[in-house]
Write a protein that binds this ligand. Structure first.
Ligand SMILES: C[S@@+](CC[C@H](N)C(=O)[O-])C[C@H]1O[C@@H](n2cnc3c(N)ncnc32)[C@H](O)[C@@H]1O
Length: 180
């Protein structure tokens, strides 16, 4: 009994340390978008079911799972660096039988975003700068809708800003990005 308690203690400690480590490394914790933010973000998704949608930093998977359930014919992709939230999201994906959801434990900065019609994110200022740089260099001949919780792209004007009816009046930024 004592042995199991010690193993459990170290397991929980390992998980907590790994989350702290990845938060320091990436610059943001795996905090979920609130349910109001999720609803507002999902409302901006195009109705074309066959499009590819990518969540840049899918965390515990709450947002991608909601999208994959609502749009069973859409290919939904999540990139996440923190291994424990990623593992939990994988368990939910298989438990819910979401064949249209693909979850990578990978840095979105090294991902191919060229197939995406929609990008969702809840990052932080440096993450948004990295996304803007990536979009400028990587994506060719593509139109993308970008929906960002809280943080704006540094040098692009959003098409729309939705203010949530919450304590912080959290902004949801919507962009219709067209590569030149
Ligand atoms: C605030 S959470 C958002 C989770 C989810 N998208 C949502 O809205 O509920 C941000 C996540 O992005 C992940 N992240 C940050 N930078 C990343 C990167 N370069 N590549 C992959 N994931 C990243 C973090 O590990 C964290 O889990």
């Amino acid at each position: 009994m004592e042995f199991i308690a010690i193993v459990l203690f170290f397991l929980v400690l390992l998980i907590a340390l790994s989350i702290v480590w990845s938060t320091l490394k990436t610059g943001i914790s795996p905090m979920m978008s609130s349910s109001k933010a999720r609803q507002a973000m999902i409302a901006q998704i195009s109705m074309n079911e066959k499009d590819v949608l990518i969540d840049l930093g899918s965390g515990w998977g709450t947002l991608v799972i909601a999208v994959a359930k609502n749009y069973p014919n859409k290919h939904v992709i999540g990139y996440e660096l923190s291994w424990f939230p990623w593992l939990v999201s994988m368990l939910f994906k298989y438990r819910l039988g979401l064949d249209n959801l693909t979850l990578y434990r990978k840095d979105f900065k090294n991902a191919d975003l060229s197939s995406a019609a929609t990008l969702l994110c809840y990052l932080f200022p440096e993450g948004m700068q990295a996304l803007e740089d990536k979009l400028k260099h990587d994506v060719v001949n593509n139109k993308i809708t970008i929906v960002s919780n809280t943080f704006a792209l540094p040098s692009y004007k959003p098409t729309n800003v939705i203010k949530l009816k919450d304590f912080y009046q959290t902004p949801i930024y919507v962009y219709h990005w067209q590569s030149k």
